[in-house]
Design a binder for this molecule. Structure first.
Ligand SMILES: O=C(O)CCC(=O)C(=O)O
Ligand SMILES: [Fe+2]
Length: 310
């Protein structure tokens, strides 16, 4: 059984531990960050319960907002699907609510009055701070120019997304197999999983191909590598495949909540490994963050574009 590395960001061997962690398991716990406190964990759970349970399905479906062309907000259950060649692998039993970049515009009044706007904005700021600390450790671990990654993810520049997920309780007739969210990699630079709910189910596939259950740990973030960092690092780091499962024999799958900060750069950022490793030929063709994101979102939301919300 592999043990998952725990990295205290305030210790001098943090960067060294990091490369080992990401080449063995593809994930690590990070401590010493102000977002991952016990009080924040409780506050997040309250926020998520309020959002998903206090509004009707109809109201939630009206919560789309943000600058024109990049509407964000609520996604109903089943909207995001991962296609791995066969449709059965695309199950998605979660609903979600996301904000991207600094969405200050057009928030629905109900979300302002309920305090959800201010809470999400507060947690986005804490997650942003944590992401910069962690990116700086990745720069040290990869021995690249200090500040290269941090500067591309500063508050005024990033296009990061903060997402709340809710997996409703499900009876056997409402589900299939053991999958709550099927295998995928995330589309940005890094993903920070912020602890809020201890319901198990999250797993990562290690570089050697084994599925590892990864429980939340108090006062720590879980961080994994996303597509853009795999491309930038010229495959020194790989994007971590992950999924959420449940016991297929259980009578009811218990309700589950999660919060993820998808840390990513502005859409016009060029992702070319030669900016970090000029002497190597790139294993991935250069792209921009926006092109990559559009390609992945079109894939993941293919089904929901075919069928309007019911
Ligand atoms: O719910 C979780 O623990 C993981 C969610 C996830 O992988 C995602 O939102 O991309
Ligand atoms: Fe994910």
């Amino acid at each position: 059984m592999n043990t998952i590395t725990k990295i205290d960001v305030n210790t001098s061997d943090a960067a060294q531990k990091l490369i080992d962690a990401y080449t063995t398991n593809g994930i690590a716990y990070f401590s010493g960050l102000s977002i991952a406190t016990h009080d924040n964990q409780k506050q997040l759970l309250t926020l998520a319960r309020t959002f998903f349970n206090d509004f009707s399905e109809h109201e939630k479906n009206t919560f789309r907002f943000g600058p024109k062309g990049s509407e964000r907000g609520y996604e109903r259950m089943g909207a995001e699907r991962y296609f791995d060649g066969d449709d059965a692998a695309g199950a998605d039993f979660k609903e979600s609510f996301a904000i991207t970049g600094h969405d200050t515009q057009n928030w629905p009044p109900a979300l302002i009055q309920s305090g959800i706007k201010s809470e999400m904005t507060y947690f986005r700021q804490l997650a942003e701070e944590a992401s910069l600390t962690i990116l700086s450790l990745f720069e040290q671990a990869l021995a690249i120019t200090p500040g290269f990654l941090v500067n591309l993810h500063l508050p005024e520049r990033n296009n990061s997304t903060l997402r709340l997920n809710h997996y409703p309780p499900l009876k056997p007739s409402e589900r299939s197999g053991n999958i709550r969210l099927s295998e995928h990699t995330d589309y940005d630079t890094l993903s920070l999983l912020i602890p809020m709910d201890n319901t198990p189910g999250f797993q990562v596939r290690s570089p050697s191909g084994q599925w590892l259950p990864v429980p939340t740990q108090p006062e720590t973030l879980l961080v994994h590598v996303d597509d853009l960092l795999a491309r930038w690092s010229n495959h020194r780091l790989i994007a971590t495949p992950h999924r959420v499962v449940a016991n297929p024999a259980a009578d009811i799958w218990p309700e589950r909540y999660s919060m993820v900060y998808f840390c990513g750069p502005a859409q016009d950022t060029v992702i070319d490994s030669r900016d970090l490793f000029p002497d190597e030929s790139p294993l991935y063709p250069p792209t921009t963050a926006g092109e990559h994101l559009t390609e992945r979102l079109n894939q993941a939301y293919k089904d929901s574009y075919r069928q309007p919300p019911s």
